[in-house]
Design a protein around this ligand. Structure first.
Ligand SMILES: *[C@@H]1O[C@H](CO)[C@@H](O)[C@H](O)[C@H]1NC(C)=O
Ligand SMILES: *[C@@H]1O[C@H](CO)[C@@H](O)[C@H](O)[C@H]1NC(C)=O
Length: 245
């Protein structure tokens, strides 16, 4: 059972007040990101919300813990999420594994066990994770993908968008009181307008083809930088859940 975040509004999942998509990104080539998962969530309060996530094993999706809800349905193999295609595979989530130390703004990571194993196709594939010892340094250029939709009434982008963002020094995120460089990534140059924003929650940031982070939260005005969960730190927990399930 996952805890309900108290400060839901500060998360990228929150109902759209301003822009609702990856800002200043570009549309991905259809199905060029076969690990991307689109999550439809019935929240604990009974609202609909969406998040991103990514396939790490045929029956497991990695996402943010604040995307937890009463029930979750995962769509794989999608590009335009409003236009059903033969490449789509939809799975109900059988079990949500929130990080045991998840509290609002910290340890924002969750594993979703699918009811059935996904079929690997050209449009559906798994993404490699970094090892526990792969501590990605500031300065690296990485990519974030997402649909940026936030709910049924808030159409973001129909199609998967992508943006290139730089990993910043921890000092650049020091105005987030809970920022912790060991557990999180500070992402996006404050001097640029590119950012990952609401509805992109739970999606991956890829650096040299490896998923190094998960979109977690940012500031209300969508100005970069934003905070991502640092995946390498959580490898022991991820491995344990995967082995036991
Ligand atoms: C997505 O699909 C819908 C329904 O076919 C279409 O109306 C819309 O224009 C598409 N969006 C994009 C960005 O291509
Ligand atoms: C990030 O933080 C460093 C160290 O405080 C500072 O020198 C730099 O100007 C900041 N970068 C930006 C783009 O604000």
């Amino acid at each position: 059972m996952c805890l309900l975040p108290l400060l839901l509004l500060t998360f990228l999942l929150s109902p759209r007040a301003e822009a609702g998509e990856i800002i200043n990104g570009k549309e991905c080539k259809p199905h060029s990101r076969p690990y991307m998962a689109h999550l439809e969530i019935v929240t604990f309060q009974g609202y609909l919300a969406t998040c991103g996530g990514f396939l790490i094993r045929r029956d497991f999706v990695l996402t943010a813990a604040h995307c937890a809800g009463r029930s979750i349905t995962v769509t794989l193999g999608a590009h335009n999420i409003t236009k059903k295609e033969d490449t789509w595979q939809k799975y109900k989530v059988a079990q949500q594994f929130c990080h045991p130390k998840y509290v609002t703004l910290q340890n924002d990571i969750m594993l979703l066990k699918l009811k059935k194993k996904a079929k690997l196709t050209l449009a559906v594939g798994v993404l490699p994770l970094p090892s526990q010892f792969n501590f990605i340094p500031p300065g690296t250029m990485c990519r974030v993908a997402g649909w940026g939709r936030t709910g049924i009434d808030e159409p973001g982008s129909d199609t998967l968008q992508e943006v290139k963002l730089r990993l910043m020094d921890p000092q650049n995120c020091s105005y987030f009181p809970h920022f912790n460089h060991d557990l999180q990534l500070c992402v996006g140059n404050p001097k640029e307008t590119k950012s990952a924003f609401k509805g992109d929650s739970g999606g991956p940031i890829l650096c040299a083809g490896v998923a190094q982070g998960i979109v977690s939260y940012g500031s209300h005005d969508a100005k970069p930088p934003a905070v991502f969960t640092r995946i390498s730190h959580y490898r022991p927990w991820i491995n344990q859940v995967l082995e036991e399930n």
